[in-house]
Design a protein around this ligand. Structure first.
Ligand code: PEP
Ligand code: MN
Length: 359
């Protein structure tokens, strides 16, 4: 049995009481910061002005009597002040559509009869539409394995202007014909606001790629379109930047949003990007819209797609995107990462017992 020390017990009780007092003080400070914000806004100040006003006072640690080093104390005080500033900045701002409301359930959408947002979906197909034979063979193969969403780029965002730029409108027509012939919904990327209307005439789902996540003219155009939108995360975008990009689409009335984590740029050269699994987990908490993970573009290779897919699904992703091509070696873009048909069969078999997309 532990030795008795009534003085120690009293000290521990005092610490507990002080913690409770601290909470009350922090809350009181938060309420005061909010009141400051209301007044600054009433005087015509911005959200940032309101936030700044709450931290404009000099930190009061110079008068500290110890036992803390003033720098240590300043860290604690700054943390509380920063939280107050964040409260003040949010005050009077419209609530973001992209955020999950209290108790709001997951959004579901249905494209050509295929649900998104419940059981995992797979969006598969070549990086780019290259020919009628290529896209039709891929569609037939995928449909037989329970895939319901056929991807294929007609407008390709290429780092070099001398690389294959996609077939353009003829590519859209080939993609939609192949999708229709095999009962699939088509997904294709738009790069230019001027192409959105044309893409809507052919495709069931529009994709905004990583390089265009903050192309606000494009976001506005797909926000006005009556087609679901897959919004990929920019390769150096924070979650908040990504969510505000999504907000541009939602603010124009297009609520059929799907977010796609596709990897962010890090210092690691052995993969093309680093799939941010935490982002999936965090967004599943914060956002009611479906989240899918593209495993091909972050990997930039074929050999680790299964563990990436498992990780994404375990983190809560409601779908996967994966590049599949009948003859990847001869693909006109992303040859190094696309799966051939036997490779995709092995991918499915590793994820699901009967080797088909469930549902
Ligand atoms: C794509 O999906 O074809 C593509 C270009 O991906 P990302 O925008 O993620 O690079
Ligand atoms: Mn690609």
């Amino acid at each position: 049995m532990a030795p008795q020390d009534p003085a120690l017990d009293a000290l521990l009780a005092e610490l507990g009481a002080l913690d409770r007092e601290l909470v009350l003080l922090v809350e009181r400070r938060g309420r005061a910061a909010l009141e400051v914000a209301v007044r600054v806004r009433a005087l015509g100040g911005s959200a940032k002005d309101a936030a700044r006003a709450t931290t404009a006072l000099a930190p009061p640690v110079a008068s500290a009597a110890g036992p803390f080093d003033p720098h240590e104390l300043a860290v604690v005080v700054e943390l509380v002040r920063a939280q107050g500033a964040a409260l003040a900045e949010r005050e009077g701002q419209p609530a973001l559509h992209v955020r999950r409301g209290a108790g709001e359930p997951d959004r579901r959408l249905v494209v050509r009869g295929h649900p998104i947002g419940g059981a995992p979906i797979v969006i598969a197909g070549p990086c780019a539409v290259e020919s009628a034979e290529q896209i039709d063979a891929t569609a037939a193969f995928l449909a037989a394995r329970g895939v319901r969403f056929l991807r294929g780029g007609a407008y390709k965002p290429r780092t070099s202007p001398y690389d294959f730029q996609g077939l353009g409108e003829p590519g859209l027509a080939l993609l939609s014909a192949a999708a229709r012939a095999h009962g699939l919904a088509s997904v294709t990327e738009v790069l230019d606001p001027r192409d959105v209307e044309r893409a809507c005439e052919h495709a069931d789902v529009l994709q905004v790629g990583a390089r265009n996540m903050q192309n606000f003219a494009l976001l506005r155009e797909v926000g006005r379109a009556r087609r679901p939108v897959v919004l990929k995360r920019g390769m150096a975008a924070t979650l908040d930047e990504w969510l505000l990009a999504a907000e541009h689409v939602l603010a124009l009335g297009n609520e059929e949003l799907i977010l796609c984590e596709r990897g962010i740029r890090t210092f690691e050269p052995r993969t093309r990007a680093t799939l941010d699994v935490s982002a999936i987990a965090l967004l599943r908490q914060d956002v009611p819209f479906p989240i899918v993970a593209d495993v091909s573009h972050p990997a930039g290779r074929r050999d680790i797609l299964v563990p990436l897919a498992r990780a994404a699904l375990a983190a809560g992703a409601q779908g996967l995107m994966v590049e599949v091509h009948p003859d990847p070696v001869r693909a006109r873009s992303d040859a190094q990462q696309q799966l051939d048909f036997p490779g995709f069969d092995r991918f499915l078999a590793a994820l699901w017992p009967d080797g088909r997309v469930p549902g």
